[in-house]
Ligand binder design. Structure first.
Ligand code: DC
Length: 231
């Protein structure tokens, strides 16, 4: 039987982490964990319930009421996220959530809450987890760590197309501004900033098409899976 590993994929917003991680997980028969979706779902809950993000008690009370789970959706061949048993997979992709999520994900209580949940979900390995702090904080012992990057203009164009395919028509300049702001917030926050783990492999997707980026990660993953077990 082949060894089961943990694959951590981190990087900036909009460089194709989610779709790459999803395809790699499918090819290996692994579970895909989109941690950004978890931060987005918490943000949606905070928005809907008008949680005051400057009030720690308000935040803690809200977190106590939040249940998150993923469930595979055979129709879309991807996993849906459920917030307190409501499928919020589409709702969390809207711009109102995108504009607030960096602020919510900078809150240490929120990070502690979600990291614990992510570590519990990843216990059995055979997982491809994607986010900003996977290789540095959530799974520092992951056998394979990939850090994905791409030029800002290319990322904005891709994100705009993704939103458009969901029926949301936005200006590329607005998307670019949102990505730039999130880059700065994600890399500049005190708690678990986005940064490349020392032992992560860099994958720049600016000039790579989707199939090529998936093939590269799969090649790295298979090399790790076939490596003999060490103590
Ligand atoms: O990958 P995404 O765009 O769906 O992520 C949404 C936001 O969540 C992003 O602005 C940063 C934050 N995030 C985080 O802080 N840590 C993670 N592990 C994943 C996402």
């Amino acid at each position: 039987m082949s060894k089961k590993i943990t694959i951590a994929i981190d990087g900036n917003s909009g460089c194709g982490k989610s779709s790459t991680a999803k395809a790699v997980a499918a090819a290996l028969g692994y579970t895909f964990m989109d941690t950004g979706a978890m931060y987005r779902a918490v943000t949606l809950y905070f928005l809907r319930n008008r949680i005051d993000i400057n009030d720690l008690r308000d935040i803690q009370n809200a977190l106590d009421k939040i249940q998150l789970r993923f469930a595979y959706n055979p129709q879309s061949s991807s996993s849906d996220i459920y917030l307190n048993e409501e499928n919020v997979s589409e709702e969390i992709r809207k711009m109102n959530v995108a504009n607030r999520v960096s602020m919510v994900s900078a809150i240490s209580e929120v990070r502690r809450f979600l990291v614990a949940r992510q570590q519990q979900m990843g216990k059995a390995k055979a997982i491809v987890a994607e986010g900003r702090d996977i290789g540095t904080v959530v799974f520092p012992d992951a056998e394979l760590k990939v850090f994905m990057t791409a030029e800002l203009a290319v990322r904005a164009q891709r994100r705009r197309q993704e939103l458009q395919s969901r029926g949301e028509f936005v200006d590329t300049q607005d998307v670019m501004q949102n990505l730039r702001k999130r880059d700065a917030q994600d890399s500049g926050r005190k708690d678990s900033p986005l940064k490349k783990a020392d032992d992560a492999l860099t994958l720049d997707t600016t000039h790579l098409d989707f199939d090529a980026q998936v093939a590269q990660v799969l090649q790295w993953a298979r090399a790790k899976i076939e490596e003999p077990l060490t103590e």
